[in-house]
Design a protein around this ligand. Structure first.
Ligand code: PLP
Length: 375
């Protein structure tokens, strides 16, 4: 499809091209100086003690679970209204997920009260997801975690550069995981970052990221080490230098681009105020990352006709998300799960285009198309 207005678009230019060329000319392609610099600068930007660059957010979430010692017999509480990787990462370890309900149509993030109702003696951790880059109720989640001695993992794939009470999303819990997939706020194609304030978690994540090996190719290349031992069952979850170099340029644009997304979001909110669609997160706190723009169609509007109408107008839309517990791969084991709020919201949700390089005129064009689609 040649969309007039795509759902998402990259903010790439000459600086990204120059960064890739720098790596190609340097002839060191994986986990070297660019990766270290990207980790350092990312950690500084969000005020994290440690940042560990990895191949994508899915493996960052897997490493987060492993570093926290989550495994068979354990349970982790997760939302169902999220990307499937959130729950899959828990299941890779042999642990099980328990799905918790969201707040409601005004706030699509996991509800602390719902989390509490899912706690069992097997619960090890809570995994929250900052939907669209809007903060979960982290004060309440952290209080709950302390009371029940649970770890907290933040799926921060939507929320790089977002803050709540001056503290970055991804740094509230024990581990935060970011995605640099092509359509995320900071894009490197594929890529991810695990952040933590805890030294031992960073150490474990670094070890497991590269086969559980005690020294890295880069160190041996630098003449710092001659051999290595393997001290754990590790993986190849590394990031390469081209992506790290792209990440450094994109990181420099992140906060300004998030602010731009915020302006466009505000324009959407005002333009759609009287349209009849539900507008989640208007009362959100903190400084969100405004990753995507979700609306909730009024009951009675057929979603697929609406999406077809938008498509005919050249506008790409999406759905965030089909709930995980209703996927075929989850259905049998999670047949008893009842999440009426999640299910209702998920049936009505449509995501409209939002990206930093979008113009006001394009937002207005989408608003007009939405209004016509509701008639
Ligand atoms: C994109 C995304 C992921 C997975 O990120 P990858 O980097 O593609 O592995 C996980 N959780 C959420 C909420 C996402 O949006």
């Amino acid at each position: 499809m040649n969309w007039q207005i795509p759902l998402a678009d990259l903010d790439y230019g000459p600086a990204e091209e120059a960064a890739v060329q720098r790596v190609l000319r340097g002839k060191w392609l994986t986990m070297g100086a660019e990766t270290r610099e990207f980790e350092t600068r990312f950690a500084e930007t969000i005020g994290a003690n440690h940042a560990v660059a990895v191949s994508n957010a899915t493996v960052a979430l897997h490493l987060a679970c492993l570093a926290l010692g989550i495994g068979p017999g354990d349970e982790v509480i997760v939302p169902s209204l999220t990307f499937v990787a959130t729950a899959n990462a828990v299941r890779y370890t042999g642990a099980e997920v328990r799905f918790a309900e969201i707040h409601g149509p005004d706030d699509l993030t996991i509800s602390p009260r719902a989390i509490e109702s899912q706690i069992t003696p097997a619960t090890k951790a809570i995994m929250v997801m900052h939907y669209a880059g809007y903060p979960c109720a982290m004060q309440a989640v952290m209080a709950l975690a302390h009371r029940h001695q649970l770890a907290v993992i933040e799926d921060a794939a939507h929320s790089p550069g977002a803050f709540l009470e001056g503290k970055a999303l991804g740094t509230w819990g024990d581990v935060g995981c970011f995605s640099f997939f092509s359509n995320k706020n900071l894009s490197t194609g594929e890529g991810g970052m695990l952040v933590t304030q805890r030294d031992e978690i960073a150490e474990k994540a670094r070890l497991l990221r590269s086969h559980g090996m005690t020294t890295l190719t880069w160190d041996r290349h630098q003449g710092h080490a001659y051999s290595y031992d393997v001290v754990a069952l590790g993986y190849n979850y590394r990031m390469d230098e081209i992506r790290a170099a792209l990440g450094l340029v994109q990181l420099g644009k992140l906060l300004a681009n998030n602010a731009r997304r915020g302006e466009l979001t505000e324009r959407y909110w005002q333009g759609l105020e009287a349209s009849g669609v539900g507008l989640p997160f208007r009362d959100s706190l903190g400084t969100p990352a405004y990753h995507i723009f979700p609306i909730l169609l009024p009951d009675g509007v057929d979603r697929y006709s609406f999406i077809d109408h938008m498509r005919a107008a050249g506008i790409q839309t999406s759905i965030h998300y089909p709930p995980i517990h209703q996927f075929q791969a989850y259905q049998t084991q999670y047949a008893d799960v009842k999440l009426p709020v999640t299910e209702h919201v998920a049936q009505r949700e449509v995501t409209l285009p939002l990206y930093a390089t979008m113009t006001e005129a394009q937002v207005d064009q989408v608003i007009d198309a939405v209004k016509r689609g509701l008639q």
